[in-house]
Write a protein that binds this ligand. Sequence first.
Ligand code: NAD
Ligand code: DAU
Length: 366
Amino acid sequence: MKTLLVTGGAGFIGANFVHYWLEKYPEDKVVVLDALTYAGNMANLVSVESNPNYTFVHGNICDQALVESLLVENSIDTLVHFAAESHVDRSITGPDAFIETNIMGTYSLLKAAKKVWLDGDTVFDGHRFHHVSTDEVYGTLSATDPAFTEDTAYAPNSPYSASKAASDHLVRAYHHTYGLNVTTSNCSNNYGPYHFPEKLIPLVITNILHNKDLPIYGDGQQIRDWLYVEDHAYGIDLVLQNGRIGENYNIGGNNEWANIDIVKAISVLVEQEFAKNVELAERFPQARAAIESNTASLITYVTDRPGHDRRYAIDATKTNNELGYQPKESFETGIAKTVAWYLNNEQWWQSVMDGSYQNWIAAQYK
Ligand code: NAD
Ligand code: DAU
């Protein structure tokens, strides 16, 4: 039985991880620590709200004293660290928050973990600090380069990926220097429920429903390697159960798509849903393009992202061989579930987009 502290558990992947964990390990206790930035949303955790083994704490990972008290008071043995500023475009226009949360916040957690688990009268050997990182730390690939392995040299290109790379190095150093039991996973692009609609896939789905342009940066030929979010949670689970201390594990689904192709594929899927279910045209009367089956006409090429990485691809051989990891969801099933989730959860995405949920949260916590 484990007691987990999950940082960033009100965000996209963190919330999916909390759902996954409490369902798979109903005896375990999960404490979520989240600052509820624009990306963190209590609505993502509504389904576990009444679970007696779940606790939510509104707070910042940079608050070392708070983290120490949570580790002690809840007898935490496993810290799973998702909290981050995660959007590359925001890191280009405003890097400060990325340096603060991703670097200083991770440093604060490491200091708290060392103090509580290693520096007391008795060392607590059964601890684990799992750091959730990204494939973006490896930089960019050409069309013919082999996929990133755990041995690929770090070469981050955006303020976001540079801040994640710095945090990965700090985590590594805390193992090497102080003996903290750390593991790190580097995952490719996730998609699925609760994905904030500033990211490509949910942005495209919700823009189709609002009959807005589908913005394609540059030539749209950039490649991303997409993984259903629950398969990321499953990969982290395997690393927590059987991963070797001090190691990095790549997690990915062998599923490379050019941006323009994924946008076209989603357009077709949404149109098919509208064709199958006449109620959708009544619920989303503004979705003219989907109703008239000319969604592709919404595709609009826009100025490219500065420093845009051309291609990411994960080689997960180590995780596959050592931990027996294989994604459970195919892209076909995962994207169909995702489109269905957005069609069925309009209230969620409308509220996160217009900020009304954030206003409600601010009122609860003021
Ligand atoms: P997200 O932006 O959806 O969620 C981040 C969460 O962290 C939010 O709930 C936010 O409120 C919280 N948070 C931010 N700053 C905080 C702070 N200072 N203290 C406490 N909480 C804070 O992000 P995501 O897409 O769910 O990503 C989660 C993690 O996974 C990140 O570390 C990211 O780098 C990594 N990752 C993401 C992807 C992806 O495709 N989204 C892929 C690989 C790795
Ligand atoms: O690779 C893992 C990373 O994936 C994570 O570490 C990041 O947290 C996560 O945000 C994601 O980063 P990307 O930059 O790859 O994701 P995003 O959804 O922002 O963009 C995906 C691709 O689509 C990218 O090539 C940029 C492009 N794009 C994005 C948006 C929002 C567009 O062409 N138009 C858009 O409007």
